[in-house]
Write a protein that binds this ligand. Structure first.
Ligand code: NAP
Length: 284
């Protein structure tokens, strides 16, 4: 692959994985953090892009604080919507490929089955609306853009659910996890690998990119506890037990079939992804 990559939001879970995997492949990769390249500033960004001249820009930056977004809608929209559209436009003007990530929270969960790319979004909260408007802005910019909706992302760091399970189980003998909140745990390792395959194949447009199968938060937690031999007892509870400022969809699992078909690959099951993640990033 003869691309040079600019990774925006390089300090986040996904950004870090891109940096790790692309440098391993000896590809040119520039990965500024927020203080060197704030994606909300068109001036900063256009100067940055013109100085490093990437052939691909990957936007891993996002405002992901789902509950806080209810109180800070302007910030959520500035980062997830306006900036996403602005980067897409800058890339379109310069004929640079652009990759952007969206979320399963664009859906309301009422379907009760896996969502396909044809299903109509209906976000329930500010975060989901800002991500949906971001997708629309990116696709309207007219360049070569790949918009990948994903869910329940786990990557290196202390923010991921697997690490949190370990922490929680050291502090509590009993953990309550929601059994009616369902989506697809998705590893940054597979997100990076499959994004690069999609770029190589020249795909553009909107796709769902998650690991395969789906799980409730309870099932995911039980699996993690088993693989890490955690001692806490895990009990299933309804999401209504944890009232939160942002309303969340109950069943927002998405189907990745379109991407599997277009790439001619089988995307690994989330359990397999958890196993490989724990091997690559042992939880000490
Ligand atoms: N995490 C999930 O479960 C999940 C679920 C569905 C979709 N997604 C989407 O997947 C993508 C990757 O998510 P992730 O989990 O890797 O996110 P993450 O770990 O929260 O990383 C986001 C990064 O964006 C950076 N950022 C925020 N505002 C910025 C700005 N103005 N300029 C430059 N950088 C800025 C943050 O920097 P600071 O750390 O300095 O704030 C952070 O490093 C995002 O589009 C996200 O919406 C994630």
């Amino acid at each position: 692959m003869n691309h040079s990559f600019l990774i925006l939001g390089a300090n986040g879970q996904l950004g870090k994985q891109f940096y790790k995997d692309l440098t391993r492949r000896a590809t040119t990769v520039i990965a500024p953090d927020e203080k060197d390249c704030d994606i909300t500033s068109a001036n900063v960004l256009s100067r940055y892009i013109d100085s490093v001249k990437p052939t691909v820009v990957i936007n891993c930056a996002a405002y992901n604080a789902v509950d806080l977004a209810e109180q800070q809608p302007e910030t959520a929209y500035r980062i997830n919507t306006s900036s996403a559209g602005m980067i897409a436009a800058l890339c379109a003007e310069r004929k640079i490929s652009f990759v952007h990530y969206s979320s399963d929270y664009v859906f309301d969960g009422a379907k009760g089955d896996r969502y396909s790319e044809q299903d109509v979004p209906n976000p329930l909260n500010v975060y989901g609306k800002s991500k949906h408007d971001g997708e629309t802005a990116v696709l309207a910019a007219g360049g070569t853009s790949l918009v990948l909706r994903t869910s329940w992302v786990f990557g290196n760091g202390t923010q991921n659910f697997i690490y949190k399970m370990k922490q929680w189980s050291q502090m509590n003998p009993v953990l309550k996890l929601t059994a009616d909140e369902v989506s697809v745990p998705t590893s940054t390792i597979d997100l990076v690998d499959i994004t690069l395959r999609a770029l190589n194949k020249g795909l553009s447009g909107l796709f769902h990119l998650t690991n395969s199968d789906y799980a409730s938060r309870y099932e995911w937690g039980r699996y993690v506890a088993k693989q890490l031999s955690l001692s806490a007892t895990i009990i299933p509870v309804p999401m209504s037990m944890f009232p939160s400022p942002a309303q969340r969809p109950l069943f927002s699992a998405m189907s990745n079939q379109r991407l599997q078909d277009d790439l001619g690959i089988v995307i690994p099951d989330w359990r397999d992804a958890v196993d490989r993640f724990i091997k690559e990033y042992p939880m000490r």
